[in-house]
Design a protein around this ligand. Structure first.
Ligand code: MG
Length: 298
């Protein structure tokens, strides 16, 4: 009977039981992949500020990173569309893009005619920028949509004049040598802390007049900001290239036999006696202070 019951258990479970019973050994699963140490990236002073490895596209001072940027108006550290769309001089593929924008305070027009711009990834794929604060339009054309491909998951607009931010994660499409799609492009978008696009699979470049369909293009392309005749304000634009974590398989996955921790009860006892000795240690935070600080207390 016991044998039959054992058969119903999976092999890893039986192995774990066998290891756990009658011995102090436990097992740990290891992937067999040797990972390179992830690069150190110093975050910005705030979550909006560029991290140390970001390419800064606009910091409030000039539009040197953009073709056509000299046409835009820079006023009080913000850039305002004028005359033309602008396009980064540098090309990007997979990327993390941060930008902040604010809809015009003077309410003019409605629907697509109010506070319209757009962020074109690789010059092809438009993440819509629109004043969608109490401004109905077709849902796959409101702020945070991939224009005419999907509505966003929410309307997270702040009022005109207030700052919105977009954090965009973009995976560029990949093409086979014959031009067929190997992997479509994907976009994830967070606006003002709200998930708007969740790894959305794009159907092709944004078009106003025809159904989206892929056409092969280079592995990287520029970021473009649309000129739609509306004084949308922009600030704090930066981008990080996404580079995959690097690892190499050095063995098949394996189980590592490790000694079971037997010192925990001792540690607990030690901690209790320390607390008794140190009458000042009234809170865990106090107890967790480094040794140097404790010496100072005395
Ligand atoms: Mg637009």
């Amino acid at each position: 009977m016991m044998f039959i019951r054992l058969l119903r258990l999976s092999l890893p479970t039986i192995t774990a039981l066998a290891v756990g019973v009658g011995s102090l050994a436990a097992q740990e699963w290891k992937s067999g992949i040797e990972w390179q140490e992830p690069p150190l990236v110093t975050p910005g002073a705030t979550d909006d500020a560029p991290p140390s490895d970001a390419v800064v596209l606009f910091d409030g001072t000039n539009m040197d990173a953009w073709s056509g940027g000299d046409k835009w108006l820079i006023e009080d550290g913000v850039a305002i569309p004028r005359e033309t769309a602008i396009t980064t001089k540098q090309n990007f593929g997979d990327m993390q893009l941060h930008l902040e924008w604010s809809a015009p305070t003077e309410i003019r027009g409605d629907g697509q005619g109010r506070g319209n711009s757009g962020c074109y990834l690789m010059g092809f794929y438009e993440v819509q920028i629109l004043d969608s604060f109490e401004n109905p339009t077709y849902f796959d054309g409101q702020a945070g949509s991939i224009y005419k491909q999907t509505a966003p998951l929410a309307n997270a607009m702040r009022k005109p004049g207030e700052w919105n931010y977009y954090d965009i994660i973009f995976n560029a499409p990949q093409f086979k040598s014959n031009g067929d799609v190997l992997k479509p492009g994907y976009v994830t978008l967070i606006q003002n802390g709200v998930l708007m696009l969740n790894h959305f699979e794009m159907e092709g470049p944004t078009s106003f007049v025809e159904a989206p369909h892929y056409q092969p293009h280079a592995e990287t392309g520029p970021i473009s900001l649309q000129f739609h005749n509306d004084p949308v304000k922009f600030r704090n634009i930066w981008v990080r290239e996404i580079k995959p974590a690097v690892g190499r398989r050095v063995s098949a996955p394996f189980n590592l036999q490790v000694k079971k921790e037997t010192e925990e009860p001792k540690k607990e006892e030690q901690k209790k006696s320390e607390t008794k000795d140190d009458k000042k240690a009234e809170t865990p935070a106090e107890d967790a202070k480094p040794a140097e600080e404790k010496k100072d207390d005395k």
